[in-house]
Design a binder for this molecule. Structure first.
Ligand code: ADP
Length: 539
């Protein structure tokens, strides 16, 4: 018997881990009952096979007849193990009814093979010993038997290949460890249990095939415990490291007789264990970090979606509210005008004065409602850009003209500097551009207590550049960028004018951007006046 201690050691480990897995599986509340059943069957047949084969090997030299019977039990369990693995996969992929014919065939072949092995000597004929290691005397059924096992391996591989890639992501992550374990088991089987003994008469490492189940069962245990939080990568690294570790250990403990060599190998083994441990740690850390990042991204995405929904709700609310406000405001405006015009009789001067105040307030409200409507149209993408060929100088001149009276009343100067070189007609959405200009010049007047406003137009490269300069309150540095955002009022605005919602410049920016243009402001600071620039390409 080679390495009896190792055999014992491994068999104990396999049984312990299997017990743990059995416990975990039984405890788990699996919705698909057939998965649970096939799982339990897989573990049952695996244990039967590995344990009976172990017993046979352990007793082979003392009682060959008993050993042969034990081995037969193990060999009966083998095809049954293969078919349970097959059905386990079919059940996990929930394709029980899809592969009906293949299922029946696999079941039939497995049962027949198990029965033949159990009651005849067709496959297992007797035991023999090669250099003291137990080997098997195969009967004529050896080739059909190994062909059947190969067929089972092909059938499972076929199912995995067909179903794995189309399976939902949760199923995929759930079974990747299982699949890796199954393949390691298959490969070890093909090498140690089939190819080496049958083709090369190498039987002393036969047990490696049996014990490769330890990897399968550990992977299953691992994925159940970890609920598939980690990737296969960690599991594979861990398994490889443990495997090499076990081999190194066997080498040191059992195969090396020279004392000095043993020390050297022991040190190597120690270093290997330390570095293996560190490697595992770093991989686990890296994966954990990635998981954290992934979780964070997911949370951000969700938060972003919520924000977008809230933003949409806000735009809709603004739209509905402002539509509802506009009608009564417009009719109020109409009635106030008629009162002022004396439609309902002569109005005493005191009342006329107050009516005028109400009229102005009403106008402010209408302006606000219009701004809100514009913002909601901009944000919901409902606003239309309707450019036509226009003379910018003429449009600007008219807007400046509209402010003549107001500036005069406020004692401010208002200059319009025309371009030296006449500008060609440009594609402009006149209505929107007018609104922008009205807003900027109105702001200039609003925030300028003395001095005046200078509006100029010039051609700069392929652009028309409008400059609106005032000698007013100026803009604080930190306000310069923010001013063009929605609902954003600068310190000047808050301080000097109680009206206004901080929407004018936002709308202006959006309208100018529709013209592929740019709008920006400059100011040397508070009390030092402001300069607003509007640049529109001449196309
Ligand atoms: P509102 O004037 O209603 O507050 P706007 O979007 O038109 O909204 O302007 C945003 C802010 O930009 C104002 O609150 C004000 O602080 C600042 N601002 C705009 N124009 C001027 C100006 N000509 N001089 C100084 N500050 C200005």
């Amino acid at each position: 018997m080679p390495f009896p201690e190792i055999n014992q050691f491994l068999i104990i480990i396999i049984n312990l881990i299997s017990l743990l897995v059995l416990y975990l599986v039984l405890k788990e509340d699996v919705s698909n009952r057939s998965v649970k059943t096939t799982f339990l069957l897989t573990i049952f047949f695996m244990l039967s096979w590995v344990n009976f084969a172990y017993l046979a090997r352990a007793l082979a030299r003392e009682d060959a007849i008993l050993a042969l019977s034990l081995l037969k039990v193990a060999w009966v369990a083998t095809p049954l193990l293969f078919i349970s693995i097959y059905f386990l996969l079919v059940n996990i992929f929930e394709k029980k009814y899809y592969y009906k014919r293949l299922n029946r065939f696999v079941l039939f072949m497995g049962t027949i093979t198990a029965i033949i092995i159990g009651i005849t000597d067709f496959v297992l004929n007797g035991l023999r010993f090669v250099d003291g290691y137990m080997g098997i005397e195969y009967g004529q059924g050896m080739i059909p038997f190994f062909s059947t096992i190969t067929f089972f391996i092909i059938a499972t591989t076929y199912i995995i290949k067909k179903e794995y890639y189309v399976a939902p992501p949760e199923t995929k992550t759930k079974i990747q460890h299982l699949i890796v374990g199954i393949f390691i088991f298959y490969i070890a089987n093909i090498i140690f249990n089939i190819t080496l003994p049958v083709a090369f008469n190498i039987v002393h490492i036969y047990w490696l095939g049996d014990y490769s189940t330890i990897i399968l069962i550990s992977l299953i245990a691992y994925s159940i415990i970890k609920k598939e939080l980690f990737e296969v990568r960690v599991a594979i690294t861990g398994i490889l490291i443990s495997l090499i570790g076990v081999l190194l250990f066997i080498d040191v403990a059992f195969l090396t007789e020279n004392w000095g060599l043993q020390v050297v190998k022991a040190i190597t083994f120690l270093f290997f264990i330390i570095f293996g441990y560190l490697l595992m740690g770093s991989i686990t850390r890296e994966i954990k970090q990635r998981e954290q990042v992934e979780q964070l991204v997911e949370r951000l995405e969700r938060a972003n979606e919520d924000l977008r929904a809230a933003d949409k709700a806000k735009s809709e609310f603004i739209s509905i509210a402002s539509h509802q406000l506009r009608t009564p405001l417009t009719s109020t405006k109409g009635y106030l005008s008629m009162i002022a015009d004396g439609t309902y009789g002569k109005v005493p001067p005191k009342i006329k004065e107050k009516t005028n105040c109400v009229f102005k307030s009403n106008e402010r409200l209408i302006k606000l409602v219009n701004e809100l409507l514009n913002v909601s149209r901009i944000e919901t993408g409902k606003i239309k850009y309707e450019p036509e060929k226009r003379d910018l100088e003429k449009v600007l001149g008219q807007v400046v003209q509209e402010f003549r009276i107001v500036t005069k009343e406020k004692g401010l100067t208002l200059k319009f500097k025309k371009p030296k070189e006449k500008l060609p007609e440009m594609l402009l959405d006149e209505e929107k551009l007018r609104q922008v200009l009205l807003n900027i010049i109105d702001n200039g007047i609003k925030y300028t207590p003395k001095g005046g406003i200078t509006v100029s137009l010039e051609k700069k490269n392929d652009n028309a550049l409008i400059t609106i300069i005032d000698t007013g309150e100026g803009i604080a540095k930190e306000d310069l960028d923010k001013m063009f955002q929605s609902f954003s009022r600068g310190s000047t605005g808050v301080l000097l004018s109680s009206e206004g919602a901080g929407l004018g410049l936002y709308i202006a920016r959006k309208f100018i951007e529709m013209h592929d243009g740019k709008i920006w402001a400059e100011s040397k600071g508070l009390k030092k006046g402001s300069k607003f620039y509007i640049q529109i390409p001449i196309k």
